[in-house]
Design a protein around this ligand. Sequence first.
Ligand code: SF4
Ligand code: FES
Length: 378
Amino acid sequence: MTSLPERLDSPERLAAPVAILAELTHRCPLACPYCSNPLALDPREEELSTSDWTRVFSQAAQLGVLHAHLSGGEPAARQDLALIITHCASVGLYTNLITSGIGLTQDRVRELAQAGLDHAQLSIQDSDAPSADRIAGYKGAFARKQAVAEWIVQAGLPLTVNAVIHRANISRAGKMIELAVRLGARRVEIAHTQYYGWGLLNRAALMPSRAAAEAAIAEVEALKKTLAGVIVIDHVIPDYHASYPKACMGGWGKRGLNVTPTGKALPCHAAETIPHLEFWNVRDHAIVDIWTNSPAFNAFRGEDWIREPCRSCPRKTIDYGGCRCQALALTGDAREADPVCHLSPYHAKIAAIAAQNEDAGGAPIYSYRRMKQREPAE
Ligand code: SF4
Ligand code: FES
């Protein structure tokens, strides 16, 4: 075993990340308009190879990472998924497959379970089939997902159902939790849309009214009590109707790292939107080197970069000033307090954006997430 750099081995040591989120591919049969992937999706021909990924997972495990979230896009679009899971299991990583379910067969689910998969997280778009298929941009997705959930449970894998909440499905938040129970999930994650990537592009079509958001929050919180012992409900409340921001990623460079399909290591999924950050690639640097020394991971560590009102605020050790990417998107400067915070001088902007959608009616018109052909190089 190679020795760890001094910073990871000293008394005031930088803790090792808990989790790695591996975006194995940006390919996906679905086209969800709230996808947090970047608008410029990585093309297949530039994806990391199987041996690149196995090296990354070995290095992550050696650094102390415990969880490998296998995500995308749709990770099942990679034919080497079972090999990757086998490798993760062999180096002691707990594997969580984050999947749309589309493209999986019962045999494939069995193969992944036998390879050592520990847990599966299946997305649903709605409890109403026509609406679910419209949101996913894929006819038949709803029916297929019911079958995939059954195969996951039959394979003995613990199942979590993920549902992203927005204007088109917010009135059925409770129905989606009931659906998760019927599908045999042990846990359901009800997450109001976060406006990054395609979600930011589609913000006007996705944002619910304040009244709808408050009704959904109350419904989900009530179900948490009545369904205690039946299913665990994780509830991510909507940013734009909150007074305090979330501690995005549990703090920048504190708990986890993302690796893109082409190998860029990011402190969060939207970090590439922040200009002038330098991202290192797993093709050129070991994970331990990236975690301790890469400029992007060190950009918002510690407190030197923190400005008022966060600098003198006691909550800065709880929420770290919120989300850097949201601060950038809404103020033009990633060092500002997240404007979700009512103490931010930009907070009124959030309220104004949320209010714009109060009167929105009719079926939302989406810009669906699609892979675009790249322009040929000159
Ligand atoms: Fe968090 Fe900054 Fe708001 Fe304080 S001022 S609650 S640290 S975002
Ligand atoms: Fe980048 Fe929140 S998504 S810090």
